[in-house]
Design a protein around this ligand. Structure first.
Ligand code: ZN
Length: 413
């Protein structure tokens, strides 16, 4: 099951919410139930844990653990069998401050199958298995080299990690006095060959550790002819050698050369999300500087354009923490109602402008979800943009997190 951009975003937010929940003791329960696990076996284990919990010294923790287990058992009664991808249950007394706790529970089917059954009781929920599902798994090996220096790294999702830096003992082109030219050239070639061999061995160590089905390919960067000599000389393990995608010109061979290499390989990496995000943001920036451009930004303007069906691509910053709320008058005889965008620091709604009664929020959804739903109605492409790269950070800081590339020019820009 492949996640859409919006589902992925919502799942990420859910994990963020779960990450923020802590118990006062080891009293939060996480259950990962694979599809083929017998629910009756799980219930039996929970009953046993319930009995064990009677030995917990702190009365408060004991009560919390036991009631969480009871609650988990009653949830299980509603699941005769775990769904296709299994079921995850989070349950427990959450610390809500000022010496109070609140019973929290969440049941969900993950985006990928659960492989291992887990029962976990701790002061925080166990989220790693879900985080692993969300992680971008496509990985690329990166090598930048010249005759003096090499850096080995990996590109995983959007992250570039430098793993190893090597320097050579290859002498410069100028020989010292007294050495024969022929002898000098020979020693130099041997030193270069040895350096390539060392680079190859280090790269093998680094890249063979990666699950080979996640290793999409290897990119080599450097000046000519060094990079071509390295590729042609087959210094990598034969399985890795087959995965070389391209050898590209880069001018740096330290850590910054790795970014330069990824930049140079844009087209090759088109499948990678980061590149797609980048390309969308670049298109937007290009439209923005064009007098007759098709860029639109700011929530109000983009909302107008969405309503007109004029948006081709909607760009939303992943870092927006806003909601779209429906606010209604609590006076039954008053029909006042409005939609408004709220931030976590927005004050509670005040009095009704029509009758003065108290206003109340009757519905509140994440702004990204709200705008994505509007986009769906007119076949608009939605891109949820991370702030991990320059243009993505700009979307948040300069454009308030909401921008669009239009199908045609409108008066709302
Ligand atoms: Zn009113």
């Amino acid at each position: 099951m492949e996640f859409s951009a919006q589902e992925k975003y919502e799942f990420k937010r859910l994990l963020e919410e779960l990450r923020g929940k802590t118990g006062r003791g080891t009293e939060l329960i996480s259950l990962y139930i694979p599809h083929d696990k017998q629910i009756s076996d799980v219930s039996a284990q929970l009953r046993e844990e319930h009995g064990q919990a009677a030995n917990i010294k702190s009365k408060l923790t004991r009560t919390n653990v036991q009631s969480a287990l009871e609650s988990a058992m009653s949830k299980l009664r509603l699941i005769p069998r775990a769904p296709e991808n299994g079921a995850v249950i989070f349950i427990g007394a959450i610390d809500i401050g000022s010496n109070k706790t609140d019973m929290y529970s969440k049941v969900l089917e993950p985006p990928e199958p659960i492989v291992t059954y887990r029962y976990h009781c701790d002061s925080a929920f166990l989220l790693q298995p879900l985080e692993d599902m969300l992680a971008e798994k496509k990985t690329f090996g990166l090598i930048v080299l010249d005759r003096r220096e090499a850096t080995i790294g990996i590109l995983k999702g959007k992250r570039i990690d430098a793993l190893k830096h090597l320097t050579s003992t290859v002498p410069g082109k100028q020989r010292k006095g007294g050495q024969s030219s022929h002898r000098f050239q020979q020693l130099r070639l041997i030193a270069i060959h040895d350096f390539y061999k060392r680079i190859g061995e280090s790269a093998n160590d680094a890249f063979l550790q990666i699950d080979q089905k996640d290793l999409e390919g290897i990119l080599i960067g450097g000046p000519s002819p060094t990079k071509d000599e390295f590729v042609g000389g087959e210094f990598l393990h034969h399985e890795l050698q087959k995965k070389i995608l391209d050898a590209l010109d880069v001018s740096y061979t330290d850590e910054s050369g790795l970014s330069e290499l990824v930049e140079a390989a844009q087209e090759r990496l088109l499948d990678l999300e980061l590149t797609q995000e980048k390309l969308a943001m670049r298109r937007f920036m290009k439209e923005l500087v064009n007098d007759k451009g098709l860029a639109s930004y700011g929530e109000a303007e983009v909302r107008h354009n969405l309503a007109l069906g004029a948006v081709d691509t909607l760009l939303l910053s992943e870092d927006m923490r806003k909601t779209r709320a429906t606010i209604k008058c609590t006076n039954q005889n008053c029909d006042y109602e409005k939609q408004t965008t709220r931030t976590p620091s927005s004050p509670a709604p005040e009095g009704c402008p029509k009758c003065g009664s108290q206003l109340a929020i009757v519905e509140e959804v994440d702004l990204i979800t709200n705008l994505s739903r509007l986009a769906e109605q007119s076949g608009t492409t939605v891109k949820i943009i991370s702030t991990d790269f320059e243009e993505g950070a700009q979307l948040m800081s300069a454009f308030g997190g909401v921008a669009a590339i239009l199908r045609y020019r409108t008066s709302h820009r």
